[in-house]
Design a protein around this ligand. Sequence first.
Ligand code: ADP
Length: 323
Amino acid sequence: MRRVAVLTSGGDAPGMNAAIRAVARTGIDRHWTIVGVRRGYAGLMSGDFVPLGARDVGGIIHQPGTFLRSARAPEFKTEEGRERALFHLNREKIDGLVVIGGNGSQTGAAALSNLGVPVVGIASTIDNDLYGSDISIGVDTALNIGLEAIDRLRATASSHERAFLIELMGRDCGYLALIAAIAGGAEAVVIPEVAADPDSVVRELQDAHRRGKSHGLVVVAEGAEYNADAIARHVIGHQDRIGFELRVTKLGHVQRGGIPSVADRLLATRLAAGAVEQLARGETGTLVGLRAGEVAATPLAEVANRKKELDPALLEFARILAR
Ligand code: ADP
């Protein structure tokens, strides 16, 4: 009988619990023993393992975050840290590991795979910057929170004829901001992938005011060269040029805590079942993600240290639709 461990690592994402649950239950269905590792790679290095029976993963499918907890564990980037992890994996007689997480976590998984650990990754990050998956677990829920904020802010912005800078998460990737801006009908979007100086935002808002808009909504990615605070500092000096009075709203970690959407629960379940299948076939050293609507595996060596590029067609959309 196999002993498979599962952990969640890096930034938490809504749907991680659904993924843990599905790994446990699809594994148990194959008569495997499933164990959870608490606090990601930190728990792997300290040997923090807990049994995961079918009942232990009950009542969590709807909960955001991760009940196994997550951590950032810089020590895991060192050879010594990974040797400690290997020691505990061997002591627990683990013959398969599932890593649920984003870019950094899958880079760590690739390093473990290079040491001979049969590891399979599951694409999970709200930032959607993971190479090998068109969409990752947590993105849909985080997007909908951003969208709801935009919709709410539009109501108050229109009533007072104001402009808002709405800062969304995404680390150094503009995906969340761009998609929320398109779906939310924002007047402008500022993302790391496109050079934009604060004065271009002033001009966009000025132009929107001249075209007769009752509000100006600008979605700003937290990782943009000029974040919402930097743009606001610049705009304050040009308030009369714009026509709108300016306010700033930063969503921050609120964006992480949404109840996982149907799409995220389903994606988590499909990817987890795919990961268990990869382990069963012995096709390890891979990341399981969604490509062209299908569950697909990509070698971790290709995924590690690589960032997914943003689709330029989406950027063009945002520009045209803001008219
Ligand atoms: P995410 O997985 O959400 O991108 P991080 O970038 O913080 O989150 O990575 C999570 C953890 O993965 C880190 O704390 C570290 O333990 C591990 N990790 C990140 N980068 C590497 C690396 N280059 N080599 C080994 N482990 C890594």
